[in-house]
Structures are given as C-alpha cells and as structure tokens.
Design a binder for this molecule. Structure first.
Ligand SMILES: *Cc1c(COP(=O)(O)O)cnc(C)c1O
Length: 419
C-alpha cells in the first residue's frame, strides 16, 4: 500500500473518476440484488435526500446554538417517531448515528438509572441470543455483565429463561421487534413486565421494525404488541437509515419520559473549553444524515411509508412462496414481515447446503448475508427489491439445481467486518 499521500493535489474530475473505478466490485444495490445494507425508497426519495444532504454536508450539530435548524430537525424527527411508536406526550429522545449508537445509549442509560435509583454498582442485563451484537458491545464498553438466554423453537426469546436470571443487579431486559436473525417479534409485554416489577429498564430494539411495523399495523395486519403502548417499555431504538429509507447515519433513541432520558446524557462543566453537554456518543456531529432523514420523512409522509411497506410485504411474500417451491431449503420461523432466513430443510430427502447456494447466487449477482447457527442466508427485503423477485426466484431455482449435493468449503459468516 502506498504510504505517501500525493504530493500535489489532483483535479476534481480525476479524483472522482478514481473513486468511481474503485466501486467495480461493490454490491449492485441499485439493481435490487442485495437483500440488506442499502434500502432504496425510489427516485423521489433519492432526490430529496441528495438535495438535503448537499445543503447540510458541512453543518455541525455539535452546537445547536450555532445551528438552530439542526436542533429543530432533531426535535421534529424524534417527535414524529414518538408519535408513530405511540409514545405518551412525555416521550423524548435524540438522533444518533445508527442503531448501534442508539442501543449503546440505551445500555448506558439503564446502567445510570440502576445506579441512581437502586444503588446498583455491578449492573447486569438479560438478552436473548437473538438480540443484536450491539448489546454485547454496550456491555463491553460500559461494564455490564450480560446474561444470554436461548430462544424457543419459534426463535422468540424464552421469557421463563430470562425471568430465571433476574436478580438485584438487573438493570436492563431486552426484547426485539423484530429480532434480526429470523425476523420474529419477541414477547415484549412479558419481558417489559418482568423489568417493571423490579424497577429495571426494558429496551425494545426496533432498529429493523421501527419504520415498518407501525405501517404494517395501519395497513390492517396483525402485529404483536411491542411499542410504547406496552407498559414497562422504557426505551426504543428505531433506525431511519434502514426502512425509514434515509441515507446512512441516522437512528432514533426514545425514552418514555424526559426524566429517563437524563440517564443517557453527559454534561461536563469543568473544562477550559467551556460547558459541554452531549446527547449521545458523538462530539462533532454531521448535520447531513439528520437533515436528509428529516427531508425523506417529510417527502414520504405516512402515505409514502404505507406504499413502500405494502411493496415490501408483497416482495417478501413472493419470496417466501417462491422459496417454498425449492426442495431442500426452507424459511426459518414464522417470518411475516421483511426479514427472511433461508436454511437447509432437514425434512427434505435432498437438503441443500445454503452456503453453497449463496456462492451460486453470488455468481449470478445476488447477495445475501450469511449467518449461523444454524447456517442460513439472511434477507432484509425492502422496496429496493421491487420488480426483481421473479428474476431472483429463477436464479434461486438454477442455483439450487447447480449446488445440489455440494458443500461449500468456506463456512465463514460476515455480518460486520474490520478492515
Ligand atoms: C441494524 C440493526 C441494529 C444495529 O444498527 P446499525 O445501524 O447497523 O448500527 C440493531 N438491531 C437490529 C435488530 C438491527 O437490525
């Protein structure tokens, strides 16, 4: 690797052409062939996001006295999200850089609350094994002990196993709506009730579902209770940069009351640089994702999200029915929304190795994340995949025929990488 930065700066066109050339091997999300990572709300959403992003490319939300528009943008987006998630009038929150940061803030707030209200100095949290890795990152960063419980046969959290681990140091119980790996909703009322009983916090991870489930419900489908209508839920994370269709770098963390939100924030007034108040984990904070999220939400409105959700559910339903016609694979759990995990079918006389299947699909330009256990291919279906499901299912049949009887050498999974 070249260690020296170019001595002499290069012309804009040349630099941009080089960047464009670097992208040749990147996932082709624009043609809808990726099931995750990029969520495409369509041309109008691109246009409004790009215009807002260009306006706020340089702005800094570190200090909203300097940029009051960013303070307003944050309050408005938080407040609309609280409305969608049926928060009481007291609900308050902040924008963060993404789901991980929202979850870290919730873990930190639960720890502080446990210390302030119950004198807990050795905090513990209880999560199902399906809960996102970010909870373990939070425990690692903020010094909490994690109890991890198994999931039931339907992939939802085992509430009895969680209850059995509650003790005087429990500050946080977690449920997901839906959980990422198989896309099912945990029994949130039961988890929240256990937390409320002992004065602990209950976080609902709706990073994936926060901008889907409210619209699924409005469209008349059954959705198990998961939002602030469930008593005992104290915090919820919802990612606008997933199926909220905003560009990357924006999520919402909500607390049931402003008093609870105090446990998240950090204030320091003993520095030569002046008074320092910080809502989340960042210092300097780009205005770009915040403004782009504001613009996308205004452009779509509830009707726009209902339209994209209708399309997403149609895409996912078509995928699930198509997968059911391929012998040797099956969908895990009662997946009803936008997340689908494809695994080998043990009941088939000819089960397919799904990692070999993923290799064959990648050769055809289709990209799934791989996860384990059990070995499975993860899909986050969205409006991005509109119009390509027929092609995908044709590729799936071809790929299945090609790899029947094969086993992939490479068993690695790859949700997130280092370098
Ligand atoms: C994506 C996701 C997260 C983490 O969010 P990032 O924005 O990737 O940091 C957490 N929980 C669930 C359920 C998710 O789908």
């Amino acid at each position: 690797m070249e260690r020296e930065l170019v001595q002499q700066g290069r012309p804009v066109d040349e630099v941009i052409a080089d960047l464009a050339a670097k992208r040749v091997n990147d996932v082709r999300w624009e043609d809808g062939r990726a099931f995750g990572m990029v969520y495409d709300g369509g041309p109008g959403v691109h246009e409004v996001a790009e215009k807002a992003a260009a306006m706020y490319l340089h702005e800094n939300a570190l200090n909203t006295k300097a940029f009051p528009s960013l303070g307003q943008i944050q309050s408005e987006v938080v407040s609309w999200t609280a409305g969608l998630l049926n928060g009481p009038d007291t609900t308050s929150g902040f924008l963060t850089s993404g789901g991980t940061e929202s979850i870290l803030c919730a873990v930190k707030a639960a720890r502080e609350r446990g210390k302030a209200e119950r004198g807990i100095t050795e905090p513990e949290m209880i999560v199902a094994e399906s809960a996102h890795a970010a909870f373990h990152k939070g425990a690692h960063l903020f010094g909490l002990k994690v109890h991890k419980t198994p999931v039931l046969d339907d992939w939802t959290a085992d509430v009895d196993a969680m209850a059995a681990l509650v003790n005087d140091n429990t500050v946080l119980m977690v449920g997901s709506a839906p959980q990422y790996p198989q896309g099912v909703i945990d029994p949130i009322p039961e988890i929240a009730a256990i937390a409320a009983d002992i004065g602990a916090s209950c976080h609902v991870d709706a990073c994936m579902g926060g901008f889907v489930l409210p619209f699924v419900e409005r469209l008349g489908h059954d959705v198990a209770p998961w939002d602030f209508r469930v008593e005992g839920v104290t915090t919820i994370s919802a990612d606008i940069h997933k199926l909220g269709y905003a560009p990357k770098g924006v999520s919402v963390i909500l607390h049931r009351t402003k008093d609870l939100r105090r446990y998240q924030t950090f204030v320091f007034d003993d520095w030569l640089g002046g008074f320092y108040a910080s809502p989340n984990l960042q210092g300097t904070r780009s205005g770009l994702p915040m403004a782009a999220a504001w613009a996308v939400m205004q452009h779509l409105g509830v009707e726009g999200y209902e339209r994209l959700t209708t399309q997403t559910l149609a895409n996912a339903d078509q995928m699930r029915s198509g997968i059911a016609t391929v012998d040797g694979i099956r969908v895990l759990g009662d997946s009803r929304f936008h997340l689908i995990a494809i695994a080998s079918d043990p009941d088939s006389s000819d089960p397919i190795d799904v990692f070999a299947l993923a290799d064959a699909l990648e050769r055809r330009g289709w990209f799934h994340d791989r996860q384990t256990p059990p070995d499975s291919l993860h899909s986050t279906v969205s409006n991005s995949n509109t119009g390509v499901i027929d092609d995908y299912l044709a590729a799936l049949h071809e790929a299945a025929a090609e790899v029947r009887g094969d086993r992939a050498q490479d068993r690695s999974t790859n949700y997130a990488t280092l370098e």
